[in-house]
Design a binder for this molecule. Structure first.
Ligand code: PEP
Ligand code: MN
Length: 342
């Protein structure tokens, strides 16, 4: 439920409502906007209804949240959620660039990729240590050794890292190494794992499932947020359609729709979204134009030698050229790319 306060409400009056809610065992989330203050009540709707808060002169309305997802909805929190990762603010005016290889293959490969994408303007380094491969015979990732390489490369470059966790038993271990935990498309509805991630206080990058509706995606985010972890970044990465000329169909309409439905940051992964490096620049530009808060792009120093997803990986040079385009485009969108300081 949300409690919409009258315009000009005082902090004592806000406190009064907050205390009443807390006394009834409800959680409270406060959104102070320019014109309106909204108090989100977390817990049993019936309890809030019974409290008769509308009788208070400084309460304008008490409303149920109409969407099936509650805490992640814009009704509950009208202002954008902002998270800090390293010195990056995600969800604000600056567009964040996450880049790096699909998989961590060796320290040399990751370091070369990291130095390249950092120099080109990326802020966050991606790299998978646990790889969800369609075939059990394909390279499965370096696992914990890959996490250690990621940690060492972070140390050397100062870049925060994002890497995937594939099952609930490794959540704790992966969380120890990484700055952002990625939930892959195939695990979007792994509810046991989502519950574990809800207990952490680390940003989660939640990819859209291959066949997930936007509502199912938001309900997956609700699992994490309702567990207590508010730091969820949504990532559109393409969905399955009848089309075969691209690996997936990148659903860019998800960006404006999600920005309207939820306060969570929304980024796009045009690499998995298209499956070919040729389409990545155009779809990255389109993502920024659609209002994405960031892009995640696969970059490999030698894509032709990549152990995973080489066909959709940009070279460092192509990535650098793309960043120049995104830099100009961000300005048109009233935003900007974060500049590297060193
Ligand atoms: C990845 O980011 O390397 C990956 C496997 O992505 P997805 O889960 O979107 O397929
Ligand atoms: Mn990949």
């Amino acid at each position: 439920m949300i409690i919409v306060m009258q315009t000009g409400v005082t902090s004592e009056q806000i406190e009064e409502v907050t205390e009443r809610l807390q006394r009834r065992g409800l959680g409270v989330h406060l959104s102070v906007g320019e014109f309106k203050t909204i108090i989100g009540a977390i817990g049993d709707e019936k309890v809030v209804r019974e409290m008769g808060l509308e009788a208070l002169p400084f309460v304008e309305r008490v409303l149920p949240i109409t969407q099936p997802f509650k805490l992640v909805s814009r009704e509950f929190q009208p202002e954008n959620s902002l998270f800090t990762v390293g010195d990056c603010l995600i969800g604000g005016d600056e567009i964040v660039l996450m880049a790096g290889p699909c998989a961590v293959e060796s320290e040399e490969q990751l370091l070369e990729a990291a130095e390249g994408v950092k120099a080109a303007g990326a802020q966050i380094l991606r790299g998978g240590a646990y790889k969800p491969r369609s075939s059990p015979y394909s390279f499965q990732g370096l696992e914990e050794a890959g996490l250690q390489i990621l940690a060492r490369v972070r140390e050397k470059t100062g870049m925060p890292i994002v890497t995937e966790v594939m099952d609930q038993h490794t959540v704790e271990m992966v969380a120890e190494y990484t700055d952002i935990i990625q939930v892959g498309a195939r695990n979007m509805q792994n509810f046991c794992m989502l519950r574990e991630l809800g207990k952490l206080s680390k940003p989660i990058l939640l990819k859209r499932g291959l066949c997930a509706t936007m509502e199912e995606w938001l309900m997956a985010a609700e699992y994490i947020v309702s567990g207590g972890n508010r730091q969820v970044i949504l990532c559109e990465r393409g969905i399955r359609t009848f089309e075969t000329y691209t690996r997936n169909t990148l659903d860019l309409s998800a960006v404006p729709v999600m920005k309207r439905l939820t306060h969570l940051p929304v980024i796009v992964d045009p690499s998995h979204g298209t499956g070919s490096w040729r389409w990545v620049p155009a779809m990255s530009r389109a993502s920024v134009a659609a209002g994405a808060d960031g892009v995640m792009i696969e970059v490999h120093p030698q894509p032709e030698q990549a152990l995973c997803d080489g066909a959709q990986s940009l070279t460092v040079e192509k990535f650098a050229a793309l960043v120049c385009d995104l830099d100009r485009l961000a300005v048109v969108m009233g935003r900007r790319l974060k500049k590297q300081v060193s």
